[in-house]
Structure formats: C-alpha cells, structure tokens
Design a protein around this ligand. Structure first.
Ligand code: AMP
Length: 430
C-alpha cells in the first residue's frame, strides 16, 4: 500500500516523502479514505500509531477542496482539540509540516503562555486552529475567536480530555460550532462517557481500531528490577552510570516525587530535568528541548505530562514507580521502541508495588522477567505498606469539581492557564 493509492494530492505526497515515510501505517490506511469522503470517524488509536498524519493529511486535502476563503478573509474551518499543551504543539507541528506545500494557515493556542500574541495571530486569519479547551474558551470569552464556520472538528485523545475534567468545556465549545460538520473522534479507550459523547456527536461514523504500531511484544524489552524503596534512587543512578545511558525517560507517580528525584540525581552528578503539570510552559518546553538536544540525560516525568510526547528513538524508559493504573504502564513503555527502533523498559519495583505489578502482568498477558541487580537485593524482612492512592484508586465523580467552579466564576478562567491542574485526583498525584 502506498500513500499515492490513498488518493492524496501531490503537495501532501511531497510533504510525506520529505518526512521519509515509505508507506502508510494501518491507521492511515483505514482513516484517510473515509475522511476524504467526508465521513465521521470514531478512531481507537493511541499516540505512536501514526494517528496524527492519519487525520491531518486528509483534512488538509478537504480544506483545499472546499475552496478559497470568502472575500479573501480566512476563517477557522478546522478545529482540533487536544488535552495537553504538548500534544497541541505536536499536532500543530504536524499540520505545519504536512501542509508546508499548501497555502493554508494554522496556529496553536494553549494556556500557560501570554494570550496577546495568540490574539494577534488569530486576527490575521487561520484555516486550522489547534487548541486545548480551556484556553480556547478564554478566547471565546474575549471574542477573539470565531468558531461559527468550522466544518471539520477533531477531538484528539478524547478519553484524556474527559479524564482531565474537560467535558463541560468541550460541550461549551461544541455548542458554538455549526451543526453540520465532519467530526473525527480519537480515543485510546472507550468508556461509557466517551460512547455517550460519540453518540451525540457522530453521524454514522466509520469505526477504526488499530493497536499500537510497536506493541510491547514487538520491540520493547521489559524487565523488573526488584529493589527496596529506599534504594531506588541509588539503583537508578547506578543503572544510568554503569550502562552509560545518555537519554532516559523516568516516570514517577507524583509531581513532588519527580522534583525530588531530579534534585537527587543532580547530587549524584547526573543531569536531569522534570516535566509535570506544575511547571510553567516555558520550563516544560525547555526541559524537553534540552533532553532532545542531549544536554539533559534524564527526563523525569509524570504520566499525564509525558502522554503524547513524541521523542524520537528513545532507547530507555524507567518506571521509578509503577503507575496506579495498569494501562498507564503500556503508555509509558510506548515511549520507547518507537518507529521500529529497539527499546528497553525497566521497572524498579519494591515490595509495596507487587499488586500493581500483578495487574500490569495481567494486562500485558505475560510475566515480566525479574532481574535482581547485584548489590541491590531487596531486604526480605521489609513488609509491604499500602500505597498512596492515585487516580486509579478513587475516580472523582464527573462534574464534581466543576460545581465549585460554578460557584466561583473567576476560578473558571484562572485555573485554565494550567490545563494539567484541572485533573482532579491526577492534579494532586500526577
Ligand atoms: P503519532 O501516532 O501521530 O503520534 O505518530 C507517531 C510517530 O510516527 C511520529 O513520529 C510520526 O512522525 C511517525 N509516523 C507517522 N506516520 C508514519 C509513517 N507512515 N511511516 C513512518 N513513520 C510515521
């Protein structure tokens, strides 16, 4: 199967060739034709499957086909909503790079940065807007964005948007869009809430489901290093140093834990940076750039911050702590072994986490090999202690937090600049 045979126009084929893609991924093969036909899509696909190009390429083509802007003024004809700033930025980059030979304009808006440059950019006119829901509503409130001409809507990582408490914001945005439009909904999981949203939104959608391009089984070597909790940091420093790893993504369960680990690694002489929802947008972007450039060896991240990050050829992922939710393990290790590269995922597991490990092994349908590192043997006399519950333990009922925001209208806009702080339990732990 070639990109040509999917019916894409020459400018898009050139852009795809520039990226070095030889053939479309399964999701691209499934999604591109129905999107080109104007159909709605319900796509079960995670980051790493090639999903972004799967919706971006055909929507660019449809925009070109729908003609020039009325009386020369560009209006927003495509809106892409994403849960996080990082994902918004990545989708924005994809739109730019796949559309580089087309005369279309796009921009990205998210919270945590100044709003004025965004207003100025919007004023100049764009065809495609990529946005996080909160900041988009800030613009709506200031009347700096017009959504009345949107004819393609993309909801990317819809499950994460709901997890993060964006449902009310999404519904508010939907109310501002024309009834007649093409809607593309992507989600890694299909909860009842997602199904309800899909029922309300989609019209005879084409159903598309693909597994990760690189499933755990294919290209990621997984191992568990049993170790005492108090010695995890020492073991991590030892692994980084003795293997001479230059680029490692390390997951912790909490923001606080990420900061602390980062400091400790510095004391061990290992360059590290943390990326999580309490960091300013500038700090997050800088940390990621330094990591990508090889100036920082260890990037310490929480699940929500790392979700959707596309870091090329990441060879090592370490679970400093196991996630509370087994699915997050799969997302985490999906950061390595991407696009056909070999990857290695290591989990430092203490006695408190053995139940979590069981859940994960059940989910990935295999036992993960255990390897005790010499000198770091766990002390058998240490008994398991209950873990601090995260979002997997007690989900906040939908809508609870929004009630308090209703009572405090300022909170509506204040909190928005930080998307990640809106995630209920995750905000406290992630
Ligand atoms: P996504 O799932 O959209 O986040 O894409 C994951 C990664 O796959 C990104 O680095 C893309 O640049 C890359 N990618 C997308 N489509 C293809 C393709 N057809 N061939 C090779 N790599 C691709």
């Amino acid at each position: 199967m070639s990109f040509e045979s999917l019916g894409l126009r020459a400018e898009l084929l050139r852009a795809v060739a520039d990226k070095g893609y030889r053939e479309p991924t399964p999701i691209q093969i499934q999604a591109i034709p129905p999107i080109l036909e104007g159909r709605d899509i319900m796509g079960g696909a995670q980051t790493g499957t090639g999903k972004t190009a799967g919706f971006t390429l055909p929507l660019l083509q449809r925009l070109m086909a729908s003609g020039d802007p009325e009386n020369g003024r560009r209006v927003i004809r495509t809106l892409v909503l994403t849960p996080t700033r990082e994902l918004a930025a990545q989708v924005g980059e994809s739109v730019e790079s796949y559309g580089k030979y087309l005369p279309l304009q796009s921009t990205v808006i998210f919270g945590g940065v100044k709003i004025n440059p965004q207003i100025q950019r919007l004023r100049k006119g764009v065809d495609i807007l990529v946005a996080t829901p909160g900041r988009l509503l800030d613009h709506v409130g200031q009347k700096t964005v017009d959504l009345s001409q949107v004819d393609i809507l993309v909801l990317d990582e819809a499950d994460r948007m709901l997890d993060m408490g964006f449902i009310r914001d999404i519904r508010k945005v939907l109310a501002l869009l024309p009834k007649q439009k093409q809607t593309l909904l992507f989600s890694a999981t299909f909860s009842d809430e997602i199904k309800r949203l899909a029922d309300d939104l989609l019209n005879a959608p084409a159903l598309i489901e693909v597994a990760r391009r690189n499933t755990a089984a294919e290209s990621v070597t997984q191992v568990v290093h049993p170790v005492d909790k108090s010695r995890k940091r020492e073991l991590l420093a030892y692994l980084v140093g003795s293997n001479d790893w230059q680029q490692v993504l390390v997951f912790t369960r909490t923001k606080h834990g990420a900061n602390r680990l980062c400091k400790q690694l510095h004391t061990d002489g290992i360059t590290a940076a943390a990326i999580h929802g309490n960091k300013s947008q500038g700090a997050r972007t800088r940390a990621l750039a330094d990591f990508k450039a090889g100036q920082v060896r260890v990037l310490v991240a929480t699940d929500i911050a790392a979700r959707g990050l596309d870091i090329d050829q990441l060879p090592h992922v370490v679970n400093f702590e196991l996630p509370n939710v087994a699915e997050d393990y799969v997302h985490r290790i999906g950061r390595t072994g991407r696009a056909g590269n070999e990857g290695e995922a290591m989990s430092l597991v203490c006695v408190d986490e053995l139940m979590l490990l069981k859940d994960i092994e059940r989910l990935v349908k295999r036992d993960i090999p255990k390897d005790v590192v010499e000198g770091f043997e766990p002390d058998p006399s240490i008994k398991a202690e209950p873990l601090h519950k995260g979002r997997g333990g007690q989900q906040r009922p939908a809508g609870k937090r929004t009630a308090s925001r209703r009572n405090n209208p300022r909170a509506n806009y204040k909190g928005r600049s930080n998307n990640q702080s809106r995630s209920g339990n995750r905000a406290r732990h992630g």
